[in-house]
Design a binder for this molecule. Structure first.
Ligand code: SF4
Length: 326
């Protein structure tokens, strides 16, 4: 007879919301529609969204992912990724004469617009974000100077703006809400006149997925996050669960799940980053069921209804993208 003190795999609890956000949906649709309208290949600067499965599916449909615009042939159609690009990249793409579709998430564009507007008024900026992330490079690249990156509270103590009267703070959209609040507080403490965005720059999708993990984590023995290693918001979900005291792993696909993670665990929490498609969540559920889970329960959570319009040239025509990734 089994020892009742030893837990056995029982239930999967699905976080709500999880997975694709409106910006990711739109970015993928832009590439699919561009391929349908103009034919393959369509060039995409950087991974359209940070997910291996999505990128491979689009490659199979005719997308070519590049980092340098010099790798795009003249006359080609080029899509900018959801993370956004710097002014220099925009200019280079125009100079090279490409047909451009911009899949930058409108919530990233909103930050770019704010930076440009305040820069005209003489503001300098402190950007809270992760060095090297393409969104941070794109936002910092909206200006040629006067934007200083801080990654943590220690950086806030070190940053040296040229003046402190006109200083504004902006953040990467996919940060840990709690870390960003702590860093913002340090910025306010050091620069009391700093101007903060009316609405935080961290996007609704990041906020909602983190809130769901906060509710789910205490109810489960293990949290699995579906997401690619390059996905900022997916990494933040795994860290958050871990910080809340729940063992947590991030997997790019069901094949990465390890049976030993589930030993002695009864309830498994499952979520997915904003760039991870539901098909991968389904595969992870099947694998955990095969390991012994008997039921799947969806958490109550916010229903997201936001949808962003497609860019001109891709929305008016009736191009049905074949086999949209979901
Ligand atoms: S995670 Fe947020 S900022 Fe990024 S694409 Fe989705 S909605 Fe836009």
């Amino acid at each position: 007879m089994s020892d009742p003190a030893i837990k056995t795999l029982d239930e999967i609890i699905l976080a709500e919301p999880r997975g694709f956000c409106a910006g990711v949906d739109r970015a993928i649709e832009i590439v699919e529609r561009a391929i349908a309208k103009f034919g393959a290949p369509i060039y995409v600067r950087h991974e359209i969204v940070h997910n291996t499965y999505v990128v491979n599916e689009l490659k199979a449909k005719g997308a070519i992912f590049i980092e340098e615009l010099s790798d795009v042939p003249p006359g080609a159609t080029l899509v900018f990724s959801a993370h956004g690009v710097s002014k220099a990249v925009q200019q280079e793409a125009r100079d090279r004469g490409f047909d451009i579709f911009d899949a930058t998430c409108p919530l990233v564009t909103k930050v770019h617009v704010e930076v440009a507007k305040l820069a005209k008024e003489g503001y300098e900026f402190i950007m809270i974000g992760h060095k090297g992330h393409p969104e941070v490079e794109g936002t910092m690249g909206q200006l040629s100077s006067g934007i200083h990156l801080v990654e943590d509270v220690e950086d806030v103590a070190r940053v040296q703006p040229a003046q402190v009267e006109k200083l504004a703070v902006v953040t990467q959209t996919t940060l840990s809400v709690d870390d960003a609040a702590e860093i913002s507080a340090a910025v306010r403490a050091r620069f009391p006149l700093v101007r903060e965005p009316k609405q935080q720059d961290i996007c609704y999708a990041t906020q909602n997925r983190q809130d769901a993990v906060k509710i789910m984590s205490p109810q489960v023995d293990l949290v699995i996050v579906v997401g690619s290693p390059t996905s900022s918001n997916s990494n933040r979900l795994r860290e958050l669960a871990q910080r809340l005291g729940t063992e947590s792993y991030m997997v790019d696909s069901a094949a990465e799940l390890r049976a030993e993670w589930f030993e002695g665990k009864s309830r498994i929490g499952l979520t997915a980053g904003a760039s991870a498609p539901e098909v991968l969540v389904r595969e992870v559920i099947d694998r955990i069921r095969a390991l012994g889970a008997v039921s799947v329960r969806k958490m109550d959570g916010i229903e997201e209804t936001i949808k962003f319009p497609l860019p001109k040239g891709l929305k008016l025509d009736d191009i049905a993208p074949p086999g949209h990734i979901s």
